[in-house]
Design a protein around this ligand. Structure first.
Ligand SMILES: [Zn+2]
Ligand SMILES: [Zn+2]
Length: 165
């Protein structure tokens, strides 16, 4: 069979499927209803027989997803915090507590509400150090809460301002 004719058949199938979409949907659903118990039973037997494999698959699936996310996050951290990434205020190295600080506060608020994976992908794509930097949780919080981390802006510390300590 030549490549061309294979392609032609595929095209014809596609055209047929498109023009009969509703019919096919109906037929599939009817077939499902007719054999529902049978399908369910078969699935249950298969599932019971392959319990361990299914559990392993899920574990693996989650692990792959996590690995993918954390390697992307690592790339984002090195992009905005050097390699190895450090807090740009205090030099904290522990990656678990490193965060991305948005110079644009509104964008930061929006990102905090958005899906972390979507945000991570965007940060990677943007590649714009004029918009973000890496800060540790402490420095990021202090900057957010007091308008500047006391490491760099001692006058922002409420205790110092109020001359208590
Ligand atoms: Zn820090
Ligand atoms: Zn700091």
């Amino acid at each position: 069979m030549t490549k061309q004719s294979k392609k032609e058949i595929a095209e014809r199938c596609k055209r047929y499927n498109e023009s009969h979409r509703e019919e096919i949907k109906k037929w599939k659903h009817e077939n499902y209803l007719k054999h529902r118990d049978e399908i369910y039973q078969k699935h249950r037997v298969w599932h019971n027989k392959n319990k361990d494999a299914v559990a392993r698959w899920h574990q693996d699936y989650n692990r792959r997803g996590m690995k993918n996310y954390y390697s992307k996050r690592f790339q984002v951290l090195t992009l905005y915090g050097g390699n190895p990434p450090v807090c740009q205020c205090c030099g904290e190295k522990e990656m678990t507590v490193l965060t991305i600080d948005h110079f644009d506060l509104e964008q930061g608020k929006r990102d905090a509400r958005s899906n972390i994976i979507t945000v991570t992908n965007r940060l990677l794509k943007e590649n714009d150090p004029s918009k973000y930097q890496v800060l540790c949780l402490n420095c990021n919080f202090a900057k957010f809460r007091y308008g500047g981390c006391p490491h760099r802006y001692p006058e922002k510390s409420p205790w110092r301002r109020l001359q208590i300590a």
